[in-house]
Write a protein that binds this ligand. Structure first.
Ligand code: ATP
Ligand code: MG
Length: 304
């Protein structure tokens, strides 16, 4: 798409408004059923082209903010993605980050833990992957799996080699407390945190799975295991709701993003990231007197 001059102020204002609609920073009043996976805010289906343009402008704005983040080299940004299969995590990451300098952005995908990882506490592998100052770190799945898939499938917990006495029925609550404490700790050392739950309906998931079966170019994405997980849908929704209620905070808010329409999901993801970065008041480092003299010397020597 052709680059247009960027009205950053306007984009920031728009992002602020749209993002707020899906943000959860106080868990106690949150209910998953209050978010409709098919919601598209004020956009209708006819607005799709307008929505695509909005996303393109958002991507440009994001690139601009990331440049400042990188130059300032003080804050880092952690973006967590959680969702059921086929909710569009990968596509959202790919589209929203498409304008960002790859050097300033790292994506980590967390799969079932390795033997080495199981020999440590559950935050260990994620702590190692946190973004450095000036960078954006994206977690495609995260330590939240420890209160989601592990909660839905207790046999996974048995495999974690925890001392027996520590496995009680309070464990999910305790893990959420530990996650809050961990997030507060990294927030206090300069990691801004934004967490997404892409909220897909069971019906739309079925449609997307069928597409994976029907379209040869999507066959590779299909996995029988994903279909089996559908049987646990309600358990997952309960686990998500509980986790979000317990870990939504001012310093690490959740965004519960309607995910039945991919184009809409991407807009909300972009606006929420933009809004988070905008709140940091990023600045390019000031050019000091000494630096100015250095630049002047360089200019003279180049012209000589
Ligand atoms: P895609 O299917 O789009 O490639 P994905 O994120 O679903 O992406 P998969 O390799 O299909 O990737 O799945 C990763 C699996 O690892 C998921 O089923 C997830 O629940 C599981 N997983 C992630 N973290 C943990 C964990 N801490 N304990 C157990 N299982 C985990
Ligand atoms: Mg998968």
């Amino acid at each position: 798409m052709a680059e247009r001059p960027l009205n950053l102020k306007r984009i920031l204002k728009e992002s602020r408004r749209l993002a707020a609609r899906y943000r959860v920073f106080r868990g106690s009043s949150f209910r998953l059923k209050h978010v409709d996976p098919a919601d598209t805010a004020e956009f209708t289906d006819e607005d799709k082209p307008r929505a695509k343009e909005a996303l393109a402008r958002g991507v440009q704005a994001l690139a601009h903010l990331q440049e400042k983040l990188y130059a300032q080299d003080s804050w880092a940004l952690l973006v967590v993605f959680q969702a059921m299969d086929a909710a569009g995590k990968d596509g959202a990451i790919k589209h929203v980050m498409s304008g960002v300098n790859p050097e300033g952005c790292q994506v980590y995908s967390f799969k079932a833990p390795s033997t080495e990882e199981l020999d440590h506490d559950f935050l260990w592998r994620c702590a190692k992957a946190l973004p450095e100052r000036g960078r954006i770190g994206i977690f495609n799945r995260s330590y939240y799996e420890e209160v989601l898939v592990v909660r839905v499938h207790p046999e996974l917990l048995q495999r974690q080699k925890l001392p027996r006495d520590l496995i009680t029925k309070r464990i999910w609550k305790e893990r959420c407390q530990d996650i809050r404490a961990f997030e507060r700790h990294i927030a206090r050392s300069g990691v801004a945190i934004v967490k997404f739950f892409l909220h897909l309906s069971k019906k739309e998931q079925k449609k997307r799975f069928l597409e994976r079966l029907d379209l040869p170019e999507k066959n590779w994405k299909f996995s029988e295991a994903d279909v089996r997980e559908r049987e646990y849908w309600n358990d997952y929704m309960n686990a998500y709701e509980d986790a979000i209620r317990r870990t939504a905070t001012r310093y690490a808010p959740w965004y519960v993003v309607p995910a039945d329409n991919k184009w809409f999901t991407r807009i909300i993801v972009a606006t929420a990231i933009i809004d988070t970065l905008a709140a940091l008041d990023l600045q390019f480092p000031k050019v000091t007197g000494e630096k100015k003299r250095e630049l002047a010397r360089a200019r003279r020597s180049l012209l000589a």
